[in-house]
Design a protein around this ligand. Structure first.
Ligand code: NI
Length: 261
């Protein structure tokens, strides 16, 4: 077990702290994260209003940074006018990325053509602002790669990675980071071979809270304090020491998002 008093510093590179799952006790959730060494959190915006709420949280808690954008599930509601608003929000230095954006052809909650349109617009926006992107991909790996290459901008992180080794290698060569969620703690996960092949300087960790709670909390509400279980599992798989991986993944996320302090 990892002592909560150890001086490791962790970065939960992707969570959704605006989720109503935390509406009653966000302060406790953030304090528990702090107590387990999570010094940095990036809360990812899902649409226009959620992005604004995410930024609001950054000013309530020192440890929180955010990304702003439109999730593929919300792409049907995306309009070009949002880009102007995102540009204004991005002037706030707690905004560290554009997203989460990407393609989700598993759920298809928004039409594929709308997802593509919103994704391309957000790549252009990230490029214009020189910000990294937070990219969500589900059942859309070749389509995502095609769009990224057509737009020629390769800065950011593939969050909650669930693809294969070959795709990860290609994305890393282009310049992307890969973020691993609690799903690595579920038995028989194919991600194990992906992380064994990865250069450590591209590895990030996340909870995607309130979803995907890692073992031993699988099935419960997830929260940033649980990110250490994901790192423990990665440390076992890679046969590395927990605190050095904590340092590496935190440095990687800070570099990816341009956080200096
Ligand atoms: Ni997410």
């Amino acid at each position: 077990m990892v002592s909560s008093k150890s001086n490791v510093i962790l970065f939960d590179s992707h969570c959704h702290l605006t989720d109503r799952a935390y509406s009653l006790n966000l302060k406790e959730v953030i304090n528990r994260a702090k107590d387990t060494g999570v010094k940095y959190l990036l809360t990812a915006g899902l649409n226009r209003s959620d992005s604004k709420n995410s930024l609001k949280l950054c000013h309530e808690f020192d440890s929180i940074y955010c990304s702003i954008g439109v999730h593929p599930h919300d792409a049907d509601k995306f309009s070009e006018s949002e880009l102007t608003e995102f540009k204004i929000l991005s002037k706030d230095n707690r905004v560290k990325a554009i997203g989460e954006t990407g393609l989700d052809f598993f759920r298809n909650y928004s039409k594929p053509e709308n997802q593509e349109r919103a994704f391309r617009a957000q790549i252009d926006l990230a490029k214009e602002l020189n910000l990294p992107m937070v990219i969500h991909i589900r059942d859309a790996y070749p389509q995502t790669m095609k769009i990224l290459k057509e737009n020629g901008y390769f800065k950011g992180v593939l969050h909650c990675y669930s693809g294969d080794e070959a795709f990860a290698q290609e994305a890393i060569k282009l310049g992307f980071y890969i973020s691993i969620s609690g799903s690595i703690t579920y038995d028989g996960n194919k991600l194990k071979s992906v992380i064994k092949q990865m250069p450590l300087d591209r590895l990030m960790i996340e909870t995607d809270a309130p979803y995907l709670a890692p073992v031993p909390n699988r099935g419960k509400r997830n929260e940033p304090a649980f990110v250490r279980y994901t790192l423990q599992t990665i440390a076992q798989i890679l046969n590395k020491d927990f605190s050095s991986l904590a340092q590496i993944t935190t440095d990687n996320a800070k570099r990816c998002f341009g956080i200096q302090d």
